[in-house]
Write a protein that binds this ligand. Structure first.
Ligand SMILES: Nc1ncnc2c1ncn2[C@@H]1O[C@H](COP(=O)(O)OP(=O)(O)OP(=O)(O)O)[C@@H](O)[C@H]1O
Ligand SMILES: [Mg+2]
Length: 256
């Protein structure tokens, strides 16, 4: 049965998409059949793996509004073992369209339910909000990965995210777990970055992934080539650190 992870944080630009893309690619590279679902109307995860998501392409919007079947929206990525359900701006309309739907929070869960056993891992990239799209991702997931940028305001907004996770857990998805906080854009030469990383580790000890993602220019260049870092520059520190995260997930030992 596939393990489903949502990569969520309502703060913008903290490394959600970079993490979703590179964790998914690293899992596939390690031999795990992986599905990456883009639940952000910005469609960055789709472009990050080089999957077309322009007009006319069937996306997660069609999937969650019931206009298309699962099989119609899944596309193969360049890397072997990785499939993608892309997203585009259409997805932004789903929230309004689903407002009257009693099962609106369950649309993604219902849509993927019969396909979980086809994948070893499913990774869902969330938008920078606590909207219905993020709630759908949290309801569909078994666990949440929370990327946190090693900067001063990192912890700001975290309690709101944890509160939303708690609410989803109480009402909609009782087994949802925080799989781990992932420290991103870490700069070891910067005192503040080190202090923030230490503070987060002190706060959340066993919930923090052992692997820390460094600030690495290859990670920011790779999406413009439509490639995860391990195809763009396999020896870069960014590519290697996301492979470490994938190993922790595969061994299920690093984070409880
Ligand atoms: N470890 C890193 N080193 C250098 N640049 C990074 C790193 N992680 C992410 N970036 C860059 O920082 C920017 C924000 O990252 P990303 O898009 O992954 O964040 P996000 O949380 O998905 O953003 P949004 O909230 O808009 O969806 C991007 O330009 C990305 O390429
Ligand atoms: Mg993003």
């Amino acid at each position: 049965m596939g393990r489903v992870f949502s990569v969520a944080n309502q703060k913008g630009g903290v490394g959600k998409t970079t993490s979703a893309v590179n964790i998914a690619a690293s899992l596939a590279y390690a031999g795990a059949k992986t599905l990456l679902i883009d639940m952000d109307p910005q469609g960055n995860a789709s472009s990050g793996v080089g999957v077309k998501h322009g007009e006319g392409v069937k996306t997660s919007y069609e999937l969650i509004t019931g206009l298309s079947d699962f099989a119609e929206v899944v596309k193969p990525a360049e890397i072997k073992g990785l499939w993608v359900i892309p997203a585009n701006r259409d997805l932004a309309g789903a929230e309004v369209e689903l407002v009257q739907d009693e099962r609106r929070a369950f649309r993604l869960k219902d849509a993927i339910e019969n396909h979980l056993s086809d994948y070893d891992y499913i990774i869902i990239d969330c938008p920078p909000s606590l909207s219905l799209l993020t709630v759908n991702a949290l309801v569909a997931a078994q666990a949440v990965i929370i990327p946190m940028q090693c900067e001063y305001y990192a912890l700001e907004g975290l309690s709101q995210l944890l509160h939303t996770i708690h609410r989803v857990k109480r009402g909609l998805n009782p087994t949802l777990d925080v799989r781990g906080i992932l420290l991103t854009m870490f700069d070891g030469r910067n005192n503040l970055s080190r202090q923030v990383a230490e503070e987060i580790k002190r706060h959340f000890s066993d919930k923090v992934f052992g692997a820390v993602i460094p600030r690495n220019v290859k990670l920011s260049e790779a999406p413009s080539h439509g490639k995860p870092a391990l195809l763009y520059d396999p020896r870069s520190s960014g590519a290697l650190s996301y492979q470490e995260v994938a190993r922790e997930i595969l061994s299920a030992g690093g984070v409880k």
